[in-house]
Write a protein that binds this ligand. Structure first.
Ligand SMILES: CC(C)(COP(=O)(O)OP(=O)(O)OC[C@H]1O[C@@H](n2cnc3c(N)ncnc32)[C@H](O)[C@@H]1OP(=O)(O)O)[C@@H](O)C(=O)NCCC(=O)NCCS
Length: 158
């Protein structure tokens, strides 16, 4: 699971703090993910679901993560993020590829996710792997400033 200098591996307990710091940094952008500041890094690190989390490592640092949450109904919900400095360099591609391998190895028949309509970088990435839009949840996510954002549901049959 490697793309040039990027390697992808399952997360371990020792990655908890780096994972929480990554999420806190991406939340500060108030753009691609639902979480917004303030993020309690210690609390998030302690409760992070390590099972089903894959991390991308480059130059010794955690630069991205994808989490697969398997349902007893056979699909897995995914959520992901890449550190801002590392975007556009194939990290997201390596993580989605690894998540598909993980899902197949765990007997899932489908991956599913929700993405904000303005998040073109993510939508392009998911479409590249064959995800298709399956629905749109209107004014689904209330933001800290009171805005209500739609959420596009995408799915990939494996
Ligand atoms: C979405 C995200 C994970 C993509 O990760 P990434 O490492 O930049 O992805 P990659 O470098 O592998 O790029 C994937 C594809 O998207 C394209 N792409 C990247 N940014 C783009 C943009 N702003 N607009 C259009 N296409 C874009 C790339 O060209 C690439 O396509 P290619 O392989 O045909 O060249 C990353 O931008 C991110 O973490 N964003 C913030 C958090 C977030 O939005 N998470 C997803 C929530 S649903």
């Amino acid at each position: 699971m490697a793309t040039n200098s990027i390697s992808v591996r399952p997360a371990e307990d020792g990655d908890r703090r780096s994972l929480a710091l990554l999420l806190a940094a991406v939340a500060e952008e108030r753009d691609g993910i639902a979480a917004e500041p303030p993020i309690d890094v210690e609390k998030l690190a302690a409760r992070w679901e390590i099972d089903g989390t894959l991390i991308a490592v480059a130059e010794g640092d955690l630069v991205g993560q994808i989490h697969i949450d398997p349902s007893w109904m056979g699909f897995g919900d995914i959520g992901m993020m890449v550190a801002a400095d590392w975007r556009g360099r194939g990290v997201g591609t390596a993580l989605v590829a690894a998540a598909i391998d993980w899902a197949l190895a765990h007997g899932l028949h489908k991956l599913a996710l929700g993405v904000f309509p303005h998040n073109q970088a993510a939508i392009v990435l998911y479409r590249k792997f064959g995800f298709v839009e399956e629905g749109r949840l209107r004014q689904h996510v209330r933001r800290a400033d009171g805005q209500l954002w739609d959420l596009i549901e995408m799915g990939l049959l494996l």
